[in-house]
Every structure is written in C-alpha cells, then in structure tokens.
Design a protein around this ligand. Structure first.
Ligand code: PGA
Ligand code: ZN
Length: 443
C-alpha cells in the first residue's frame, strides 16, 4: 500500500499547500509584499513586510521594480513574482512547522550573500507567513508557538515621541527621541504612561505655538534646533503627565548618526557645524549627565568601528548602547562587535537579514554574549503585528514600535496588551531591572 505523504514525513505535521504573494501598501503609501500561506490543516495566514528608509548599507536587499511608470519605481512586482513562481512552489509540501529547513531553502534559492536575487522583502514575507501559518495550524498563538511555555515576558516599550532625521524632514537632526516607561508595573500600564506623556507633549507644543504634526513613526515633529530642546520637551511632558522623569519614564535616543555623517565628520546640529567622534562622545556624555537617558542607539556611523569602541568605553557601563545600522541583525557584524567590545545591545529587524531563523540565531548570539536585544518595527509599517509576538516569544525584553498614534504603530501595542491579557498572572514586565538607572533626573 502506498503511504500518504504525511505518514512518510513522520510526524503528521500540517503541510504547506499554497503560497501566494501580492502587492499591498505600507504606512507611507508605498507598495510592499504580502504573503499568504495555506496549510493542509486549513490554516490560512498572511504576513506583510515593513520597509525602512534609514537603512544600513549592509542590510539584506529590498527588491524594488525600478519601473518609474508604477509607484515611482517603488513597485514590488519582481518580489511578488519571486514568491509566486520560485519560493512558494519550492516549499509546497514541506511541513509548515519545519521553519529552519524552509528558511534554509529560501536562502539557497536566492543564492546571494545579501538576498539581492529574489529580494529580502520576498524572502522575509514567506518566512514570517510560514511561522504564522504554522502557529495557526497547531492552534497556538504565535508567541506561544515560537516561544514555548516559557514565553511570558513582555517587552519594555521604547516609544518614539519626537521624530526627526529621515523620518521627518525639516525637524531635528536626531531621528528618534523615545520615552521608556521603566516604572510601570506591567505592559498595559506602560502603554498608558506612554500615551499620557505623548498627549501631554501635544498640549505643551500647542501652548508654545509649535507644530503638532506627526512624523513617519507617529511622534511629533516640531522644528527644533538641538537635541537638548527635544529632551527638555520630553522631561516637561513626563512631568506634565504626572510622572517622574527617570523613575517612572526614562529616555532613549536613536540619533541614526549615519544620516549626519559625511567624510569622517558628524553634523548633529546643522549642515555647517561639524563634530569629531570625541565631540560626539562629549555631547552624549553631557546629555546623559543632564537627562535620564538609559539607552542610545546608532550614536555613531555604521562604518566608524573605532569610534564605537571609544563610545562603548566611555558610556557602555552607564547606559545601553544599541547597534542598528552597524549590525543589521547579522551574526557576522555582531560577532565582530562582541570580539572588539563594541556596543552592549542590538536592534533586531527580521527584514534586515531576511529570515526568521537567521533572526533567532542573531538573538541567541546576542543573549549569550550578554547583549541586550530590542525587537524593532521599520519606519514604513503595516497592520502586521508579528513583532509583538516575536518580542514575547524570544524574551527580547525590549521593543521599539513608534509613538502612541497611527494604527500601524498602535496595532503592535494593542497586540502586546492582548498577549498580556491572555497570559494573565503569568505575564512579566521587566521594567527598570533592565537598565542602569540614572540616580538623578536633570541636574
Ligand atoms: P528605518 O529606521 O526603519 O527607517 O530604517 C528605523 C531605525 O533607524 O531604527
Ligand atoms: Zn535605528
């Protein structure tokens, strides 16, 4: 008697029956990839791929059509075709829970070092849709499927309430000024603290006659001429909302220094006033002395490894130093960082590297080396909430998903609250325990 395919495969796990991709829009109104995976158990799940603009040079390549007649060249039909004609057919019949074999197949089919043949947008769409379909096939919430019974720690959110840099042209050179509700007792309260501070800031801006429009990640984007002005506003907003700066709500920065680095010099304030690495370190040290800053991401350019080393020596024992553009969720760069004493935490973005398996490997390496991990959205997002589940599943303990406005941002906060609700008494919120807390607020 001929055995069924399922019995030949051994454990009867549901199989991938169909994979289909199509073009959808992200939060900036640009096209992106949506992938649907259907399995033999009847599960049908979709993933939508986000897209950054403040990207690292070594990120996996996002494939765009370059056909100016469609979406100004930003169409993703080539990536869609790669899914529908190559990646999808190649994994049909695979056990949907066999994520590593599937991801290895996707990587092999692309064949390049940086996913430039078929596109990291095509590959990450399939990889994430497979995980979502697998969770649904075995009737588990995604965080539980990926993380197992031990997954119960919610991430401390880093909420980007002042947008600048490439996410808000004409505003501050620093890309992100974030609030971190370290003193909240749980996730839902952390989100409430964040929302109240965000609205307090709106009122303060209004009173001062400053613009209250928001940038790409939903934070306010007033025209400010210095990081100090942004930090003063944040401290005022924290106080106005009735919280203690530092104790209840601390501050994090992502200057995204790549974007103001030219010819070996930094331009953190204006185009005509340059700063050396030592000036930058002095600036950050001064900001840490004066404000309750607990985390600094991409304080220096991605190519400035010696500068990063100095920065880590100067501030690495005092605050969290997060590498985003410099590490691009890639074990090769993280390995070098660990060896050279660069940074003490890493930002994690699935589409920076391309597959879920590679992302998990990178997080494992970071966690084993004692590096902090921050799961992150992109500035161009969708209603997909996978990163919220991923943050809980991996015990990342920190997550960056924008401000407290715009549904592509709040959908992730809403998902975190749903997970916390589902976990009930088992839910944990790490809060201040994660950081070296500044002993004072402003001096
Ligand atoms: P991006 O930026 O999503 O525009 O690349 C986000 C970040 O720098 O953290
Ligand atoms: Zn960043």
């Amino acid at each position: 008697m001929i055995k069924s395919l399922e019995s030949l495969r051994g454990n009867g796990s549901p199989l991938i029956e169909a994979v289909h991709a199509r073009e959808v829009l992200d939060s900036r109104g640009n096209p992106t990839v949506a992938v649907t995976v259907a399995t033999s158990s009847g599960a049908v799940e979709e993933a939508m791929v986000p897209s950054g603009v403040s990207t690292g040079a070594n990120e996996a390549v996002e494939l765009r059509d370059g056909d100016e007649r469609r979406y100004g060249g930003k169409g993703v039909r080539k990536a869609i075709e790669a899914v529908n004609e190559i990646l999808g057919p190649a994994i049909e019949g695979f056990e949907v829970t066999d994520q590593r074999t599937i991801d290895a197949k996707l990587i092999k089919l692309d064949g390049s070092a940086n996913k430039s043949n078929l596109g990291a947008n095509a590959i990450s769409g399939v990889s994430i849709a497979v995980a979502r379909a697998a969770a649904a096939s075995v009737s588990l919430p995604l965080f539980r499927y990926l993380g197992g019974p031990g997954a119960a720690t919610l991430p401390v959110p880093m909420m980007n309430v002042i947008n600048g840099g490439k996410h808000a042209e004409g505003a501050l050179a620093f890309q992100e000024c974030l609030i971190v509700p370290v003193g909240a007792p749980n996730e839902a309260e952390a989100i409430r603290y964040g929302s109240e501070v965000f609205h307090a800031m709106g009122r303060i801006l209004h009173e001062r006659g400053l613009q209250t429009l928001v940038g790409d990640e939903g934070g306010y984007a007033p025209p400010l001429d210095s990081p100090q002005a942004a930090l003063d506003l944040i401290v005022a907003a924290i106080e106005r909302a009735g919280y203690r700066p530092g104790g209840d709500v601390a501050i994090a920065l992502d200057p995204a220094a790549n974007n103001f680095y030219r010819d070996g010099k930094y331009f953190p304030l204006s185009r005509d006033r340059s700063a050396s690495v030592d000036d930058m370190i002095a600036l950050y040290t001064d900001l840490c002395d004066r404000y309750p800053i607990i985390s600094l991401e991409d304080g220096l350019d991605e190519s400035d490894w010696s500068g990063w080393q100095k920065l880590t020596e100067a501030l690495g024992k005092r605050i969290q130093l997060v590498g985003d553009d410099i590490f691009v969720t890639n074990v090769e760069f993280l390995q070098r960082a660990i060896a050279e004493g660069v940074a003490n935490a890493i930002l994690i973005k699935v589409n920076q590297i391309g597959t879920l398996s590679e992302t998990l490997d990178c997080m494992t390496m970071a966690q084993q080396a004692g590096y902090g991990t921050v799961i992150s959205h992109r500035s161009g997002e969708t209603e997909d909430t996978t990163i919220a589940d991923l943050a809980v599943a991996t015990g990342a303990r920190q997550m960056k998903t924008g401000s407290l406005s715009r549904s592509e941002r709040t959908s992730k906060y809403n998902r975190l609250m749903a997970i916390e609700d589902q976990l009930g008494a088992a839910a944990r919120y790490p809060g201040a325990k994660l950081y070296h807390m500044p002993s004072t607020g402003r001096s």
